[in-house]
Design a protein around this ligand. Structure first.
Ligand code: PBG
Length: 326
């Protein structure tokens, strides 16, 4: 009798398909990236990220409360300060925009949602790089670690559950872990952006945080080179040895092979960042009527989980959670 195997049998009805699904996407898989901007009275839309805004203190509180009500387990905060300088000193100012927001949110939601803080200085430097520039316009790795230590302590003092270093400096996880421990924040966790590629998909994010990178205008001198996958494993192993509690691959869809390889090798929680450009492409095609945006969005998030991510940082978090809540 041919065919011998009938694989279509289990695809016949929706409950059968549900029963045998190998991968499930749930609200618990979602982390919402949120922008908070100092000195504004009304939320500001971000043109290249439809549906995403720069929040005021007040609108941020409301958004996080709504995410908490939907059951989203975590948010990650990015700040846009009113003043920038060569060192990005607002990133460790106790009254800097993210520190103020963290205190507001702790007050608003208590321990009901995980508060993560992106830990970098690029939103705070006037040149847009992720650290201090040396005399030749390149980022000075070791001098930058001092800035990250200060920012980590400021974020933890303000109530961050998780610091998420995204600057791709060598030794950043060890430096931050030491600074947190020395300041008594032994319970503050580190989510390391370990395998963060120098991607063209971050464009809309830079609009969202008002960052223009001077000089060559890219981060290829410190973020990972897209051809390299084995190197991502070296980054991950190094970050784990330095004390990372969780690691991340970023972006997500163009790096599903990297997510899958990392998943095979490590047993700590693995995050993937579905970045601004990935979101913007879906929104733009959907706005043109070329694709069903919601369906594509869910398919993309599911693919990231299937590749092996435990959770996903995504601008789709709220909409996906609403859809998943039914
Ligand atoms: C750096 C940072 C970036 C993103 C997250 N953290 C930008 C960059 O490396 O240039 C990008 C996220 C996105 O594109 O959604 N602080």
């Amino acid at each position: 009798m041919f065919p011998e195997r009938r694989l279509r049998r289990l695809r016949r009805t929706a409950p059968l398909r549900r029963l045998v699904a190998e991968t499930r996407l749930g609200i618990d898989d979602l982390v919402a990236p949120l922008f908070v901007r100092e000195g504004i009275d009304e939320p500001q839309p971000v043109a290249s990220l439809p549906g995403v805004v720069q929040h005021t203190r007040t609108s941020l509180r409301a958004e996080v409360a709504a995410l908490r009500d939907l059951g989203v387990p975590a948010v990650i905060l990015f700040g846009i300060p009113t003043s920038k300088d060569p060192e990005g000193s607002e990133s460790w100012n106790p009254d800097g925009v993210v520190q103020v927001a963290l205190r507001d949110l702790r007050d608003e939601v208590g321990d009901d949602i995980v508060l993560m803080a992106d830990l970098c200085v690029d939103e705070y430097t006037d040149h847009g790089h992720c650290g201090i520039l040396d005399g030749h316009g390149s980022v000075d790795n070791d001098a930058t670690l001092d800035l990250y230590r200060r920012a980590a302590v400021a974020q933890a003092d303000a109530g961050a559950d998780v610091c998420a270093p995204s600057g791709m400096m060598d030794g950043q996880v060890a430096a931050i872990r030491a600074a947190l421990d020395e300041s008594g924040h032994t319970d503050t966790a580190i989510l390391a952006y370990s395998a963060k590629y120098a991607s063209a998909l971050y464009g809309p994010f830079r609009d969202a945080v008002d960052v223009q990178i001077v000089g060559r205008g890219d981060r290829r001198g410190y973020q990972q080179d897209p051809p390299n996958a084995r190197e991502a494993l070296e980054e991950i192993r190094t970050d784990l040895a330095e004390g990372a509690d969780m690691v991340m691959v970023k972006p997500a869809l163009a790096y599903l092979d990297v997510i899958a390889r990392v998943r095979d090798e490590i047993d700590v929680p693995l995050a993937a960042y579905h970045v601004s450009g990935e979101y913007a492409m879906v929104e733009a095609a959907a706005a043109n009527g070329w694709i069903d945006g919601d369906a594509v969005a869910m398919e993309h998030l599911l693919a990231i989980k299937r590749a092996g991510a435990d959770f996903i940082l995504t601008y789709l978090a709220r909409r996906a959670a609403e859809a998943l809540a039914g």
